[in-house]
Design a protein around this ligand. Structure first.
Ligand code: HXC
Length: 258
């Protein structure tokens, strides 16, 4: 399955892979690539054979940001008319877990894309940053928002004001990464984590993701009401009956996602 121009996709062992694939320009994200990423994510989200989505980059890096060639002559009206950020909003609606695997650069729009992932692994050569300020602009696809929520105001402003690049170690220190691994085993470790999640009952995973994302943007009370409803909802699933029955019968549960 791969009718895309700027990305490669495939499904293997319950995992849906998306690899950014414009290595000659360090996977610079043009509008076509962003549209393809969203199309692939939504296709995987509808496919029962896919339990977890993995996003990575081909070649030297994850990606060096939005395509500067494509943006250089744009006017404000062009950007508003194209309404290109609606594609990015759709990432938030993906129900399945998305794991990012970053090697080399994840800069600008590519760092924003990495921050849209639910979990993020990086190899020890990874470099993150928002260099937009050096180009006379700023992040426009959620970067100031997501980075601030994760790393806090002080560090976010330092990185955003200076455009400096920072290491995987620093990203780890500020809560941006789940794991740092050697470059040679980045994919292997990402797959290992994804497979651990893929074994779990899909409806639990779906509602946990929804509840955690809800918690980021709501009061504790509102988020707990939401969590409670999702908890109750799981009791109408076959997997809840199967999971608890299997425990009582001291056997392994056979989850079906129903
Ligand atoms: C278009 C890019 C690109 C980009 C690299 N290339 N980044 N093309 N858009 N963002 C191209 C180069 O022009 C070059 O093409 C080829 O990829 C290899 O890059 P080099 O610069 O030769 O590699 P190197 O010297 O190793 O430097 C790597 C780098 C540098 C430090 C990552 O390429 C760089 O600074 N890139 C721009 C990073 C950036 O500013 N990103 C933010 C973009 S704004 P040729 O044809 O010369 O071989 C943004 C806004 C997001 O992301 C808004 C919301 C979506």
């Amino acid at each position: 399955m791969n009718n895309y121009e700027y990305i490669e996709t495939n499904v293997e062992n319950s995992l849906g892979f998306i690899a950014l694939n414009r290595p000659k320009v360090l996977n610079a994200l043009n509008r076509g690539m962003v549209a393809e990423i969203l199309d692939a994510m939504e296709t995987f989200d509808r496919n029962d054979d896919v339990k977890v989505i993995i996003l990575s980059g081909r070649g030297r890096c994850f990606a060096a940001g939005a395509d500067i060639d494509e943006m250089a002559d744009a006017t404000a009206i062009d950007l508003e008319r194209l309404n290109q950020f609606t594609d990015w909003d759709r990432i938030a609606w993906i129900k399945k877990p998305i794991i990012g695997a970053v090697h080399g650069f994840a800069l600008g729009g590519a760092f924003e894309l990495a921050l849209c992932c639910d979990l993020l692994l990086a190899s020890n050569d990874a470099e993150f940053g928002f260099p937009e300020v050096l180009l006379g602009v700023m992040p426009g696809a959620g970067g100031t928002v997501r980075l601030t929520k994760l790393a806090g105001k002080t560090k976010a402003m330092e990185w955003l004001f200076t455009g400096m690049r920072f290491s995987a170690n620093e990203a780890m220190q500020y809560g941006i990464l789940n794991r740092i691994v050697a470059k040679e085993v980045l994919m292997e470790e990402t797959i290992r984590l994804a497979q651990q999640i893929a074994l779990q009952p899909p409806l639990s995973i779906r509602f946990i993701k929804e509840s955690v994302l809800k918690a980021i943007d709501s009061s504790i009370y509102e988020a707990m009401q939401f969590e409670r409803k999702n908890f109750s909802l799981l009791f109408s699933s076959k997997d809840q009956k199967e999971g608890m029955q299997a425990f009582l019968e001291k056997r392994k549960a056979n989850f079906t996602g129903r």
